[in-house]
Design a protein around this ligand. Sequence first.
Ligand code: BES
Ligand code: MN
Ligand code: ZN
Length: 498
Amino acid sequence: MNITVKKGNLADTKTQAVILALCEGEKTFSELVSKIDQKTGGLLNDLLKSGDFEARPSQISVIYTRSLPAKRIALVGLGKKSELNLEKIRNAFAKVMQHLRGLNIKDAATTIDWNLLPDQKEKIIAAVAEGAGLGLYQYTPYKTVGRDELKEMRQLEIVVEPKDYSVILDEIKKTNIITDAVYFARNLISAPANEMTPTIMAAHAGKIAKRKNVSCRVLDRGKLKILGMNALLGVAAGSHQPPKLIILEYAGGKKGDAPIALVGKGLTFDSGGISIKPAEKMDEMKTDMSGGAAVMAIVMAAADLKLPVNIVGLIPATENMPGGSALKPGDILKSYSGKTIEVLNTDAEGRLILADALSYASKYKPAAIIDIATLTGACIVALGDDVIGMLGTDEQLKKEINQAAQTTGELVWELPLWESYSELIKSDIADYKNSSGRTAGTITAAAFLGKFVGDYPWVHLDIAGPAWTIKDKAYIPKGASGVTVRLLVEYLQNRLNK
Ligand code: BES
Ligand code: MN
Ligand code: ZN
């Protein structure tokens, strides 16, 4: 769907549906809504008076009119103005667009009401566009039966006063770039593992590198052997799919400026390996490359936004499969860093491949390292399905990520990473073990990663919960969420504005 901006007045706009977002319990209409109400002979007033529509959060009512160029007026509630926030705006626009799509409507028009959140003007624009855009996501490439019945919105036109045009256009362009990046991540994650192998992921990364200032290198098995990336190679040993270390570099900043290193877990399928997972829900482990997909999407968005920053994206990509040559419980691997790892559970594979990629990040002397991974089921046990677990060594970096989360609505919660947890990952015969039983599973995983991060500010984001949603949420239809893409693009933008 396209979101476009046009100078004009919504009351005079020809469209399938004019969308008006209203707050609950307001005594008077805004100037624009009054104008539309008058043109319809007071239909809106009647509707509100009847009590059929109270403007509760995401409540929807569609009315039909012959006195406007528009065929319909779609009202959507935002709830009480005193309780309004960006998330409610996103939710409302996601819901109303989904509703209109359900009516098989192809185009709609709306405007931006500055008065909703007067101190967050630009952010309202982004919230409207994100809600509408992200809420309409659907993954349909494998539907062949009844394909012509698939419903799709084509356009949302934002009709604005001439004086607001350039600010709004600018913000919409930026938001469209970010929404496209989230779609890109969702598409990669949703793809089945037989069609999203490490090789195919690498090919997608190659396409991102068609952009200005972006380059892509892919280290294959031969190169990984020469480098001694035995932790990554160990996880790949049971699979027929060759592993890849995908390296995306974006040079938007000054030459020589330390880059931000983003490291994403790219497990294209996690069966657990010899420590095999139960059959139930094993299919969801096609999403174990969500961190890697997010890193690719963030680099893509940063390049399209032309952010003046250097970024290196590192994505270790492999399957984790059982097989005659697979890693076995008890095996010891010498990692790229030289440190040895006793593999007690082959299902704790994410930390193995990340260990090598995190150590490799030191080559870039980065300003910060952020890794993103569907790392532990324990994170879901601790924080639930919707929350990103955050752990790391740098207070400033954690603070900045928390701040970005306030804007994007992604839920981030910090867990401690005290030195004492390191005791739990000591191995009897190697340097570390990759699994240490049930206690503090998310923290011990992060403590393990920490052993492979050089002396750089570092934060780890465990997205095991929110990467994949099993229930529809307004602007995250069930399935792949693309979580952390908006979060880290916001973080990068804020960092540049300092
Ligand atoms: N990819 C999984 C974690 C996961 C679980 C993500 C559920 C999303 C939903 C990871 O590789 C894993 O299997 N972790 C193990 C670690 C354990 C063996 C120490 C886990 O969480 O059970
Ligand atoms: Mn696993
Ligand atoms: Zn995994």
